[in-house]
Design a protein around this ligand. Structure first.
Ligand SMILES: C=CC1=C(C)c2cc3[nH]c(cc4nc(cc5[nH]c(cc1n2)c(C)c5CCC(=O)O)C(CCC(=O)O)=C4C)c(C)c3C=C
Ligand SMILES: [Fe+2]
Length: 463
């Protein structure tokens, strides 16, 4: 089947509201408008409008055009194809890499800052901003006298393609210690990640002064970006830990062009994620704004909770399908919520727990029911998930070291991840997973333009 055939059903004419919840009615626009906005954002056309020659807006079915961007239609839609010329705007009120669609690869790198004083820290933040701006937009590598080390690792050749690269810089709680005099400007909910009951945290894979989320069509582009950052920050920055991951490129089935990608337990992951293209909803749930009781400099930023969660895949693969589906509360193949008569629904169907108070359809301890009980009181606990599957090789006992690099963004870390994780403590899924690392970070507001740098507001506020 050709690409053209696959997308012949235009999703302008069907509902694909991924944020739909039994209660959330904050979405006031029509599905067609949302779809169009999602397309514009996904293609990076709302800002600079770069790199999509040949994709006209007038009369082009957005889904068909989207397939050419290489990314899905929403934060956790399965990516579909790769376009090395896809670039997302770097400057703006918010950083990229949060509501932009999730590409096929992602990496979280945590750093210790070696800078000794505020001047060095400012120099570091300026270098990071300048390199991120270049790498995410792409360009030619300058030539240099061969008596010196080459200016670039060269792994992408002489021209760096943007390749859907997004780079997102966040600060950890430890950056606010005595070293740089930042304590008075700390985001109010930023804290060191403490272990939860099912955790077996490896100290070498936890926390960090800074974190950089690097996402791109290919891991090579991510590695290139990371090596560029390391090369350009000698004496200022040291990698503390990193975890990369992938999202399967799904060949879309007919009528299934917007499905969520699967995790390594074989389930669709992202079905009930809030809609990243709904600006009002993102202002409420993801971005720190004027209503959030945070320092003014933090507006436009977001909290990142990162967790490296090992999956015991050998045990999972020997667990009956029915039990797997009860553990999550969804059907494995379709991703649909469980139904009374066992009939197969659709991924975007919304479970109605008010009609199932005893948990006869969706068990009361099912992952999705605990994570989001869909009551009025729990609406404020919703988070934007952006996870990647990881495979790190083999454990000493011969078991595969596979799992989920769980990343989620929220305006309020305590109301978001921490509350949701407490609700999940003791869930049946715990028999199959083990969180081994991660940390909490605050994603800095975006750099306004080429005269600004990431963290400028933080430094000014703590001067
Ligand atoms: C604390 C937050 C969460 C952690 C940690 C987490 C781990 C985790 N999740 C899956 C797989 C799935 N999660 C799904 C839904 C879901 N998960 C969370 C939160 C955490 N998950 C939320 C808020 C939700 C949405 C619930 C809802 O609104 O209905 C699903 C179902 C499909 C979906 O909506 O994405 C799957 C599958 C794994 C494998 C995992 C740890 C390894
Ligand atoms: Fe989950």
């Amino acid at each position: 089947m050709s690409q053209f055939d696959r997308h012949s059903g235009c999703p302008f004419h069907r509902r694909t509201d991924r944020s739909q919840s039994a209660l959330s009615q904050s979405d006031t626009s029509t599905p067609a408008h949302r779809e169009r906005r999602r397309f514009l954002k996904g293609a990076g056309l709302t800002g600079l409008g770069l790199g999509l020659g040949g994709i006209g807006l007038g009369g082009t079915c957005p889904a068909r055009a989207l397939a050419a961007t290489g990314h899905g239609q929403d934060v956790t839609s399965a990516p579909q194809e790769q376009d090395s010329q896809l670039r997302y705007p770097f400057y703006g009120h918010h950083q990229q890499g949060i509501v932009t669609p999730r590409p096929a690869t992602g990496m979280l790198v945590a750093f210790d800052v070696l800078a000794r004083d505020r001047d060095d820290l400012e120099r570091l933040l300026k270098i990071l901003t300048e390199r991120m701006a270049f790498l995410t937009q792409g360009g030619n590598i300058p030539e240099r006298n061969p008596l010196f080390p080459p200016p670039d690792s060269g792994i992408l050749g002489p021209v760096v393609a943007p390749d859907g690269l997004t780079m997102t810089l966040a600060v950890g709680d430890s950056l606010f210690d005595q070293r740089f005099g930042l304590a008075g400007a700390r985001p109010k909910r930023l804290q060191r990640m403490e272990g939860f009951p099912n955790d077996a945290l490896d100290a070498a894979r936890c926390h960090g002064d800074l974190a950089l989320q690097i996402c791109a069509n290919t891991l090579d582009t991510g590695y290139h970006a990371l090596r560029d950052i390391i090369k350009n920050t000698p004496g200022l920055l040291m990698v503390r830990w990193k975890q990369e991951g992938t999202v399967p490129l799904l060949p879309p089935a007919p009528g299934d062009s917007d499905g969520s990608a699967r995790n390594f337990l074989g389930f669709r992951d992202g079905s009930a994620n809030p809609d990243g293209s709904d600006d009002a909803l993102m202002d409420e749930l993801v971005w720190v704004g004027g209503d959030h009781d945070e320092p003014a400099w933090a507006r436009g930023g977001s909290y990142l909770a990162a967790r490296i969660i090992r999956n015991f895949v050998e045990r999972w693969d020997r667990t009956p399908l029915q039990e797997q589906e009860m553990i999550f509360g969804r059907r494995k193949m379709s991703g649909a919520p469980l139904s009374k008569d066992g009939a197969e629904g659709k991924e975007q169907d919304v479970p109605d727990y008010t009609r199932d108070p005893e948990g006869e359809i969706t068990p009361l301890d099912a992952h999705i029911r605990l994570a989001n009980p869909r009551t009025l009181a729990t609406e404020k606990n919703r988070i934007l998930r952006r996870p990647f599957n990881y495979s790190n090789g083999v454990e000493a006992n011969g078991q595969l070291d596979m799992g989920l690099l769980f990343l989620c963004f929220q305006a309020d870390l305590e109301a978001g991840f921490i509350t949701v994780q407490h609700r999940l403590d003791g869930e049946p899924l715990e028999e199959y997973i083990k969180p081994v690392g991660g940390g909490y970070f605050f994603v800095l507001p975006g750099a306004r333009d080429a005269n600004d740098f990431l963290g400028s507001g933080l430094l000014a506020a703590s001067a």
